[in-house]
Design a protein around this ligand. Structure first.
Ligand code: SF4
Length: 548
């Protein structure tokens, strides 16, 4: 691909003219241009850097780039998808920068990273980065640049130690990790000096102006989309959910002060609008927003909504979507079992799900996609029967509505109350069971790959020892077989796959992210865990090894 992709861009901000001594910076997205430019987080960080006259930023993707500085001082990566780490290592090599931070010297740029994957658990990737920015970029990014300017001419170690003083800036090499054994759990994680903070606090932005697209282009994966962030986080706190726990508290963009001006600006250059956020329809003024978008002047606007809470699917919402070129709606129900929903803290009942389907149909939508999960902690075979029965009821209540059940496997995520649970090895069979039951009833069942869930779990609960494994699998390919092969090769040097993926971890165990503080204290996560386990059948031995 040539750099002509950049000429198709319509910018919605004014880039600054860089000062003569501006910091030469590369900001990369470790995937193709069309993927990277569709990431709102990437767009916003790039524009923030480009609007500063003290930074000269060039963008780098795996298939194209702007003109790159000969000697960059800063090289940033936005990581939204775990397996893109392979592309980070490839890009580092193509720039002739050592992939491991401990092999870099004063002649190399400071390699920094941010984004949801690194904020959740950066440890498997920690050895590849000099600096990791944890949390919301709004103030963190500016603080990082200002702090860097103070030590711009210092040696690398001085720079890293100074940067580590800034709240939310994590310098992995300044923390030492000890293990109970080479293949055992983490014993301790301590800073190498008393001058380095014991704990890095993830940063939270508290303003009511949230993000919006800074560029619109036909070359984006969602062609010409203009995205606005309506809410950040989700107040529901389902106990497995990273999108809620990692980004709490729930924040909403002001309709008058933020959303309407942003939408007006975006719709002056395109007619495709995406409303983003973990729980868009939970915005307290969502109806006012919907009324605004329903104005006749926006009749030709194509509207996509990232997430719709099931009990907010009204006939009006369905009608607005149907009129705006959306024929289908996705709602996350997790399971048809009321017991499981109590375990995960999902405050939703089957009758509300059925009502949502009835409303979707009445409003003119042609299909409804439900999203569920297999292997939820505490799940028993009868819970799967309950899911099958619920799907049958929905079909009966809303005949003609095309029904799909997408289903993933429960994967533990750092900073959530379910971080201590392992992946249930029965989940694969349970996905097959659902498939067998639902297909004959004309319900489209779409399971997410179980093997992919295993890799996700490995990375989401991994520690620094996995960097060796990641370097090996990079050469072997990204299938589960490649990971298993790499584990075999490193046998005795790191814990086995089961330890990371399937084992239930003791709540006394030092977690690989113990030194990185999320929004909630551990005591609150433990309270949620205790409440969840109180709904289990005590005879289920395999789900009881937790010491709470
Ligand atoms: S409602 Fe959805 S986004 Fe909100 S906490 Fe539950 S699973 Fe997460």
């Amino acid at each position: 691909m040539t750099s002509s992709v950049f000429t198709a861009e319509r910018l919605l901000f004014n880039p600054a003219i860089p000062d003569t001594d501006a910091i030469p910076t590369i900001f990369a997205f470790p995937n193709e241009y069309c993927v990277g430019i569709t990431s709102l987080g990437y767009q916003v960080v790039w524009a923030t850097l480009a609007m500063r006259s003290d930074v000269q930023v060039s963008r780098l993707f795996t298939d194209t780039h702007e003109q790159l500085p000969r000697k960059p001082e800063l090289l940033g990566f936005s990581l939204s998808w775990e397996l893109d780490y392979v592309n980070i290592l490839n890009l580092l090599e193509s720039l002739e920068i050592p992939v491991r931070s401990n092999a870099r010297d004063n002649n190399h740029p400071i390699v920094f990273g941010g984004g949801p994957v690194l904020t959740a658990n950066p440890e498997p990737f920690a050895d590849f980065f000099d600096v990791i920015l944890l949390g919301d970029g709004e103030t963190l990014l500016g603080n990082f640049i200002e702090a860097y300017k103070e030590v711009r001419n210092a040696d690398r170690q001085t720079q890293l130690k100074a940067l580590a003083q800034i709240p939310g800036i994590y310098v992995p090499s300044l923390y030492e990790v000890e293990y109970h054994a080479a293949d055992g759990a983490v014993k301790s994680i301590v800073p190498i000096s008393t001058l380095i903070p014991d704990v890095v606090q993830k940063q939270t932005y508290r303003g009511n102006v949230l993000s919006a697209s800074t560029v619109v282009t036909e070359k984006a994966a969602w062609e010409n989309i203009y995205m606005v962030e309506v809410v950040r986080s989700c107040p529901e706190m389902c106990r497995f959910c990273l999108a809620s726990y990692l980004t709490l508290p729930f924040r909403t963009a002001s309709v008058e002060g933020s959303l309407i001006p942003a939408i007006e600006k975006g719709l002056s250059v395109t007619n495709r609008l995406g409303l983003l956020g973990a729980s868009v329809t939970q915005h307290p003024e969502f109806e006012a927003l919907l009324d605004y978008i329903s104005q006749p002047k926006y009749n030709d606007v194509r509207l996509s909504i990232a997430s719709v809470r099931t009990n907010t699917v009204t006939v009006q919402l369905a009608q607005t979507l149907a009129k705006r070129d959306t024929k289908s709606l996705t709602i996350a129900v997790e399971s048809g079992s009321e017991k499981l929903r109590r375990i995960i803290n999902k405050k939703l009942h089957n009758d509300e799900i059925i009502q949502a389907a009835v409303n979707a149909k009445a409003g003119g939508l042609s299909s409804l996609k439900l999203y569920g999960m297999a292997g939820i902690p505490g799940e028993e075979p009868e819970d799967l029967d309950a899911t099958v029965a619920m799907m049958r009821e929905i079909k009966k209540a809303a005949p003609g509505l095309r029904l799909t059940l997408g289903c993933s496997t429960f994967v533990p995520k750092a900073h959530t109350p379910f971080q201590w649970f392992g992946v249930n090895p029965q989940a694969e069979k349970r996905l097959q069971f659902l498939q067998k039951q639902l297909k004959p009833q004309g319900i489209d069942f779409r399971p997410e790959s179980y093997n992919w869930s295993i890799i996700q779990a490995l990375l989401s609960r991994g520690d620094r020892r996995l960097s060796h494994l990641l370097e090996l699998t990079r050469d072997f390919g990204d299938s589960l077989g490649s990971y298993k092969r790499a584990f075999k090769q490193l046998k005795g040097q790191i814990p086995n796959l089961d330890f990371y993926v399937h084992a239930h971890w003791s709540t006394d165990q030092v977690l690989p992210w113990n030194h990185l503080q999320g929004p909630l204290p551990q005591s609150t996560l433990l309270k949620h865990l205790t409440d969840a386990t109180s709904h289990f059948n005590p005879s289920q031995q395999e789900l009881q090894p937790l010491k709470v």
